[in-house]
Design a protein around this ligand. Sequence first.
Ligand code: ZN
Length: 346
Amino acid sequence: MIKKLRWALIPLVLVLSSLVAPANAATVTYAKYTWSDTVYRVTDGQAQAIDYNTWVAAGRPTPTTNSVIPGSYLYKWGTHQNIGLIDPTGAYHWLSSAEWNALGTPGYANRSNEGFVKLSWDSNIARMTDLNAGQGYPINLATWRAENSPEPRVANRFTGDQFYKYEGSDDIWYAGPTVNRVITFAEWQAAGSPAPRVIAAQWANPITGRVQGNYGQDRGSYTHYGEDIAAPRGTAVRATGSGTVVRTKTGVAEGSTASNGVLSGRTGNAIMVHHDDGTASYYGHLQNVNVSIGQRVTANQQIATSGNTGNSTGPHLHFEIHLRQDGNSPTNPRTFLLNRGVTLGS
Ligand SMILES: [Zn+2]
């Protein structure tokens, strides 16, 4: 009898509660991560960090800590054993396995072919964009710290790196994602004593003009991976080293903002040369292109005239050097040439 009565009351309770609460009230919960002091108010799947006073005003609710807060990003590099978590405020944290378990073993972006690698014999850290192919670029300490200082994988070599000597010299050069420089005997041994390739030595200044010094400049949506050398239209552009022309672009007008299709960007008429030492050079905003794809060129041979084609604010040569021939390993061209006895622009 009593049981029957209780069941009969339930519909009444439901009706009463629906009268008290607004029909579609948002569910508000509070959450935080155990390693952080930030408390979030979560409403309709949206998390907002709240300050102490707001938390007190809300009645000091105990935040939950057992699930991923909306707006967080979880990821795992191929070179790092921990899963990284970026919280909705942008703060980084490496999850211990206990912390990951406590969050309910959430899924994460598996960036297994990317990560951070350092040579055992060189201090630079490479941010690898393709571990299998050995593609990446050097990062500075600030960038590495901004990634929450992931412990880099230590390796003796990178896939596809190069050891070479110039004819008539005993120096061994190394070209990889992080450096292109002469290495010591001990460094060469640490790399496994690979036989260096012998190549003809010759490098040349690609153009005479005023060097802007803007390699590596942050331009918001992209980084300026070349050096700009101001020079009047029609100035001779010369191959910086011997090699083969692999790509050209012609027919681009001044002021055109169309992507040129040689390298990403809008550098107008352009040439890419693959050099015999495994590096590559790129020349953009050209007025005239005097070579064709497949053509062999020697250092200091004129290959073009400079101009102002493409997305450019004044006549100049956009000049890039890549440590490998993937179009994705830029290095400072001024330093690169200076290491080979050539002063860019002079
Ligand atoms: Zn440029």
